[in-house]
Design a protein around this ligand. Structure first.
Ligand SMILES: Cc1cc2nc3c(=O)[nH]c(=O)nc-3n(C[C@H](O)[C@H](O)[C@H](O)COP(=O)(O)OP(=O)(O)OC[C@H]3O[C@@H](n4cnc5c(N)ncnc54)[C@H](O)[C@@H]3O)c2cc1C
Length: 376
C-alpha cells in the first residue's frame, strides 16, 4: 500500500467510482456530508446510457465507459432510445439522423409508420418519424453506487458520512482539510462535490470555475392499456420532454434545465404540469395524476464538458466535477482517468484511443495558474 493520502469530497457516483480506482494505489478517505451515499444527483437520475448523447467529449467518455459498465453487470436492460419528431420536424430529424449515423452506424432513421409500430401511442399524423438508437441501455445506478462503495471498503478505503468539508488549506507539502467532525492531513483532495464543487473550491480559497447546477424534474405515470416494458426511451427531438419505461410504468420528464443554487432540489408543480401537457399533446396519452415527482441537479461546466484535472493554482486540489446529465454513463472512464492523472499524469492509452483528451477536460480551460486565488 502506497502512503499517498487522498481525500475524496462527495459520495455520489463520481466520488465513489474514483475512490475505488484510487484505492488501488493510494490510501483514500471519502467524505460525504449526507448520512446516505448517492443522496443528491446520483440518487435521482433517469439511468440511461446513450452513446449519441452530449457533446463529442461526453460521447468519447461514454464509449470508453461502456465495457466497464457491461463487465460490472451494471446494464439492467437493453433500452433503445427514440428521438421522435412532430409533424413539422422532418428536417430536424433528418439532420440529427445524419449526424448520429456518422457516429454510430447502428442508428436508423424511422418512418412515421415504424415509430407508430414501436410506440403505439403515436398514430398517423402525430409524427414525421424518428431517429432510433438500438444499443442504448438502462443502467442500474443504485448498484453502481452500492457496489463501488463496498468494493472500495473491501480494499481498505474509508467512508465518512454525515461529515462536511468546511475548509481546505495548504499545509507544508500537502493540504489540511477541516470537516464538521475533525481535521485531516492529506496529500491531495479530489473535489467530487457535484453541484457544490465551486463551493468546495471557495472553501479552499479558490474562485469557482463557473459550474451551473440546473434542475431537472421527473415523475412516474401509467399508460393504461399498453404494455410499455419494451418501449424505447422516447425523447422529443427538441428535448422538450421525454418518457422512459421503468418497472412496467413510465418515467416522464420536462427535460428542464432551470438554473438553481446548489441545494436539495425539489420538483415544482408547474414543471410537472407542463411536462404532462406536452406528453399528452404529443402522444394522445391521458396521463391523469402523475405520481412520485422528484427533481435533481445536473451540473454543467460552461462548455458542457466534465472537468477532470489538477487545479493550476493549487495542484493538489483535483477537480472531478461538471458531469451534467451524463454522470453515470461517463463514470468509469472518468474514474480511471482521474486515477491515472493523479498517479502519473498521463491519459491511459485505451481512453485516448476513444478520443479522451486531457486538455479538453482540464480545469485550465477556465482558470490559469495566476488568476482566481481568493484572499484569506
Ligand atoms: C433528473 C436527472 C436525470 C438524469 N439522468 C441521467 C441519465 O439518464 N444518465 C446519466 O448518466 N446521468 C444522468 N443524470 C446525471 C447524473 O445523475 C449526475 O451526473 C451524477 O449523479 C453526478 O454525480 P456526482 O457524484 O458528481 O454528484 P452527486 O451525486 O450530487 O454527489 C456529490 C456529493 O457531494 C456531497 N458534498 C457536497 N459538498 C460537500 C462537502 N463540503 N463536504 C462533503 N460532501 C459534500 C453532496 O452531499 C453529494 O452527495 C441525471 C440527473 C438528473 C438530476
Amino acid at each position: 500500500m502506497s502512503s499517498t493520502r487522498i481525500i475524496v469530497i462527495g459520495g455520489g457516483v463520481a466520488g465513489l467510482t474514483a475512490a475505488l480506482a484510487l484505492q488501488e494505489w493510494a490510501s483514500v478517505t471519502v467524505i460525504e456530508r449526507e448520512s446516505q451515499l448517492g443522496y443528491h444527483a446520483s440518487g435521482r437520475s433517469a439511468a440511461l446510457f446513450s452513446e449519441s448523447y452530449g457533446n463529442a467529449m461526453v460521447r468519447a467518455l461514454s464509449r470508453a465507459s461502456r465495457e466497464a459498465l457491461e463487465a460490472g453487470g451494471y446494464f439492467e436492460h437493453k433500452r433503445a432510445a427514440l428521438h421522435f419528431g412532430g409533424p413539422d420536424d422532418g428536417e430536424a430529424i433528418d439532420r440529427f439522423a445524419l449526424e448520429a449515423q456518422a457516429l454510430l452506424p447502428t442508428i436508423r432513421r424511422l418512418s412515421a409508420a415504424e415509430v407508430g409500430k414501436l410506440v403505439p401511442v403515436f398514430s398517423d399524423g402525430m409524427t414525421c418519424g424518428g431517429v432510433y438508437e438500438p444499443d442504448a441501455m438502462d443502467i442500474d445506478t443504485g448498484k453502481i453506487v452500492q457496489e463501488s462503495a463496498s468494493a472500495f471498503r473491501a480494499l481498505g478505503g474509508q467512508i465518512r458520512t454525515g461529515e462536511e468539508v468546511v475548509r481546505i488549506e495548504p499545509d507544508g507539502e500537502g493540504l489540511r482539510v477541516e470537516t464538521t467532525a475533525g481535521v485531516y492531513e492529506t496529500d491531495t483532495v479530489v473535489n467530487a462535490a457535484g453541484a457544490w464543487a465551486d463551493v468546495v473550491a471557495e472553501r479552499a480559497g479558490l474562485t469557482g470555475i463557473g459550474l451551473a447546477p440546473k434542475r431537472r424534474t421527473a415523475f412516474i405515470f401509467d399508460a393504461p392499456g399498453h404494455d410499455v416494458r419494451n418501449w424505447p426511451l422516447v425523447v422529443d427531438i427538441h428535448e422538450r420532454f421525454y418518457f422512459k419505461p421503468d418497472a412496467g410504468r413510465l418515467i416522464g420528464s420536462l427535460a428542464d434545465e432551470t438554473d438553481s443554487p446548489p441545494c436539495d432540489a425539489y420538483p415544482e408543480d408547474i414543471d410537472v404540469a407542463i411536462a404532462v401537457d406536452r406528453i399528452e399533446r404529443a402522444t394522445g396519452l391521458s396521463i391523469g395524476r402523475p405520481q412520485s415527482p422528484w427533481a435533481g441537479l445536473r451540473t454543467f461546466a460552461p462548455d458542457r464538458t466534465p472537468v477532470t484535472g489538477a487545479d493550476p493554482r493549487l495542484p493538489r486540489f483535483f477537480w472531478l466535477a461538471g458531469q451534467g446529465g451524463y454522470g453515470f454513463q461517463v463514470s468509469f472512464a472518468l474514474a480511471r482517468l482521474a486515477s491515472a492523472l493523479l498517479r502519473d499524469g498521463a491519459v491511459p492509452g485505451d481512453l485516448a484511443a476513444f478520443g479522451v483528451e486531457r486538455e479538453a477536460l482540464a480545469p485550465d480551460r477556465f482558470i490559469s495558474a495566476e488568476g482566481g486565488r481568493q484572499a484569506g
